[in-house]
Design a protein around this ligand. Structure first.
Ligand code: AMP
Ligand code: ZN
Length: 435
């Protein structure tokens, strides 16, 4: 049995989880392989800054992290004979709890001040409790999230418990800071097939939402995830995209679709039709120009149409790279190299909660001959930045024999691709092997 506590803090979220994983050999496969005893998150209030502000984020971590940990300790399972005990104070009484087996913490990539706050706190716990520390790569955690979801859901897999989905699988990570198509071959082997040449999908959606949404909606909301507001505005109650059908050919996909309002948005990177990059900043600028030109003259209906169309363009752009990747893999596949074919596409990151994106991806897979690919969307609480995925990744790394040295430092840029210049996850210093 392992327990992991962690927090994840690449952006403005401070989150703590207590995760218990079952002993593979002892626990019946009908029981969950993992259980979350505690999972809470505090998001810094960045509304004033219209985006993540590093000082606001840091202050929020400083304010909320220790109280969240104190609260989390109360959720540790009760002490059990033969296992190390941790006394935890609750008011005037002391509770005897099981001591966590190790602590996992986001080590990078991200903002150094925020990362360091968490890392130093985790080091303190590791030293005080004399337990290992595991410094986790935030993007690896996003990639492994579907395996956490399966573990939490308890799936019986015969006598040997396996983490599912099995490698290899494809992940589309679409968040406020990242847009990546990743081929996950193993725990520490993730190849980036496509990434953005400029800004992230979530970022452009947030920026466009600020131009498209009527000002009163923005003013009334205390939401800093403008993407969520934009989805609600364009498709109230998730109505309005049932009729969507993916373009059946690449040529149809690239053709411009006039709106009837005097503007027509074009697909990014049409000149590099087979390339594997993403690009969103051009679309953002065009939308800003359209909104500036029309300003108050833009009717509510036009705003709704524009909101729908920008999402269509962004999501079709994402889907097009998935299809290109699947095609390339099919073409290069030879049974001789002993690798399993891709059967699963995982879509995670904040943008993955968008129901229209889900529809677009499903439709692309169906229309382009990949209906057999299983789509996995982790639940929203695990889609956005969260501590549970860091705890899980720490667990998988721990099971594989990895620990971090107590001297480890936060890393601002840290790839997950072993072929990258920095050597990817294991390229970072301070890893120690237990076995
Ligand atoms: P993350 O960086 O993973 O925490 O995700 C945050 C990003 O996801 C922000 O850019 C949000 O605007 C975006 N986001 C969250 N919900 C939605 C949604 N329903 N539709 C589009 N974007 C969203
Ligand atoms: Zn993230």
């Amino acid at each position: 049995m392992f327990q992991a506590k962690s927090d994840c803090r690449c952006s403005d979220d401070t989150s703590v989880a207590v995760l218990e994983t079952a002993d593979k050999a002892l626990t019946p496969t009908s029981l969950p392989a993992a259980k979350l005893h505690f999972h809470e998150k505090v998001t810094a209030n960045n509304t004033e800054h219209r985006g993540v502000h590093p000082i606001v984020a840091l202050n929020s971590h400083n304010e909320h992290l220790a109280p969240l940990i104190a609260k989390a300790l109360l959720s540790l399972p009760p002490a059990s004979p033969g296992l190390p005990t941790l006394p935890v104070r609750s008011g005037s009484t002391w509770l005897q709890k099981q001591r966590p087996d190790f602590t996992s913490i986001t080590r990078g990539p991200g903002l150094l001040p925020s990362l360091s706050t968490g890392l130093q706190t985790a080091k303190g716990l590791a030293v005080a409790w004399q337990i290992p520390l595991i410094g986790v790569n935030h993007m690896q955690a996003h990639a492994l999230t579907p395996r956490l979801v399966t573990a939490l859901e308890s799936v019986s897999q015969g006598s040997e418990r396996q983490h599912e989905p099995a490698f290899p699988f494809l992940s589309l990570l679409v968040s406020g800071g990242h847009t990546l198509l990743v081929y996950s071959k193993g725990l520490t082997h993730h190849s980036i097939l496509a990434s953005t040449t400029d800004i992230a999908a979530g970022d452009v959606i947030d920026k466009m939402a600020r131009s498209i949404l009527p000002p009163e909606i923005i003013d009334k909301s205390d939401e800093s995830m403008y993407g969520r507001l934009l989805e609600r505005f364009a498709f109230p109650n998730h109505q309005g995209y049932d009729e969507y059908n993916a373009p059946s050919t690449r040529t149809e996909e690239l053709s411009s679709k006039p709106s009837g309002w005097g503007w027509a948005l074009s697909v990014p990177l049409t000149n590099r039709a087979t390339g594997m990059e993403f690009s969103f900043s051009g679309l953002g600028s065009v939308v800003e120009r359209i909104c500036k030109r029309k300003e108050t003259a833009m009717s509510l209906n036009e705003r709704v149409d524009l909101a729908r169309d920008v999402m269509r363009i962004v999501f079709e752009h994402l889907a097009s790279r998935v299809i290109l990747a699947l095609k390339a893999m099919d073409e290069n596949y030879t049974a001789a190299n002993n690798e399993r074919k891709i059967a699963t596409l995982v879509v995670s990151g904040g943008v993955a909660s968008n129901q229209f994106l889900r529809k677009v991806l499903r439709s692309f897979l169906e229309v382009r001959g990949y209906a057999h690919i299983r789509l996995i969307f982790p639940p929203l609480s695990l889609c956005t930045d969260n501590a549970a995925m860091i705890a899980w990744t720490g667990t998988e790394m721990y099971e594989a024999g990895y620990e971090s040295d107590l001297s480890c430092k936060a890393i601002r840029k840290w790839s997950i691709d072993p072929n990258a210049e920095d050597g990817g996850i294991l390229g970072a210093d301070s890893w120690k092997r237990r076995h």
